[in-house]
Design a protein around this ligand. Structure first.
Ligand SMILES: C[S@@+](CC[C@H](N)C(=O)[O-])C[C@H]1O[C@@H](n2cnc3c(N)ncnc32)[C@H](O)[C@@H]1O
Length: 272
């Protein structure tokens, strides 16, 4: 009689969804370079205090404290599970002195109270979870209040004809494939249901590792709301593409014009 063999776990079963997320969609180093350089270009000084809203694993907050002994960060998310992962995998890897300069806060970004900061980040389109105009406006107002007088909020946005449709984008990465699934789109309300899935070389899958129900806010609508919340200036820095290959470049240029693009992605820089 065959012995009872313990079934080997698949790659998907062994994988950690937060680690895969960080590898697939987050480049904190690049984002923080953009934040630092843009802030310095506007105010002729380096920002030091930063609040990461919708922080998830708080990766950017942790990287921020590593950049300078003068830097401090607050990471805000209402989900204890993801913050706990961030404590174990990002915070615990910092040096003791760096750890003293980063604080994790489990709270709603709309009501959280933190000391005034130079910079508030809300990246990876997380503010799109706020689908009602009044809710997004209230959030922007509360960020405005939390910023120093020369503070800046950094957000991101995407759009173009492909954004207003269902589609799946595949990206082959080191050891796995990341899929961005725009699964449902309501062309009337601009609400979208998106998922992140992962696939592995042994054919195993991690479906719906992350799920987002968003409103696809337009660039101009976001600009209007930020100004209504009190921001004095709002700028768009749009990602450039290589003219010949069509590949996205690591370059973002300030512009107000994106003519007839299938897909654009931009940083939004809102000055208090
Ligand atoms: C897409 S993840 C963003 C992670 C990371 N900041 C990034 O740039 O990739 C969105 C996070 O926002 C959190 N979140 C959603 N609504 C929130 C709210 N009202 N207050 C605090 N956190 C919220 C979720 O728990 C989730 O961890």
């Amino acid at each position: 009689m065959a012995k009872n063999k313990k079934k080997k776990k698949t790659m998907a079963q062994r994988a950690d969804r937060h680690a895969l997320y960080q590898e697939s969609v987050q480049d904190s180093e690049f984002e923080l370079d953009f934040v630092q350089n843009t802030y310095k270009a506007i105010h002729k000084r380096k920002p030091q205090t930063l609040r990461e809203d919708f922080a998830g694993t708080a990766r950017s907050a942790c990287v921020w404290t590593k950049r300078s002994k003068n830097n401090k960060a607050w990471a805000v998310d209402f989900d204890e599970e993801v913050l706990e992962w961030g404590r174990k995998h990002n915070y615990d890897k910092l040096k003791p002195k760096q750890r003293e300069r980063v604080e994790f806060i489990q709270a709603d970004v709309r009501t959280v109270e933190t000391p005034s900061v130079d910079v508030v980040l809300a990246f990876n389109f997380s503010y799109w979870i706020l689908k009602q105009r009044k809710d997004l406006l209230a959030y922007f107002k509360s960020v405005h209040k939390s910023l120093n007088d020369d503070g800046i909020m950094f957000l991101d946005s995407f759009g173009g004809s492909e954004a207003h449709s269902t589609q799946v984008e595949k990206h082959k990465l080191d050891g796995f494939t990341y899929l961005w699934d725009q699964n449902k789109y309501n062309a009337l309300t601009q609400e979208m249901q998106c998922y992140i899935h992962f696939r592995f070389p042994d054919k195993s899958r991690m479906d719906k590792a992350f799920s987002y129900t968003w409103r696809l806010w337009g660039g101009q609508e976001t600009d209007d709301l930020l100004r209504e919340a009190g921001f004095s200036n709002v700028r768009f820095f749009v990602q450039m593409f290589d003219d010949d290959s069509g590949e996205a470049l690591d370059e973002f240029e300030e512009t107000r014009e994106v003519i007839d693009h299938e897909c654009w992605i931009a940083y939004i820089v809102a000055e208090k």
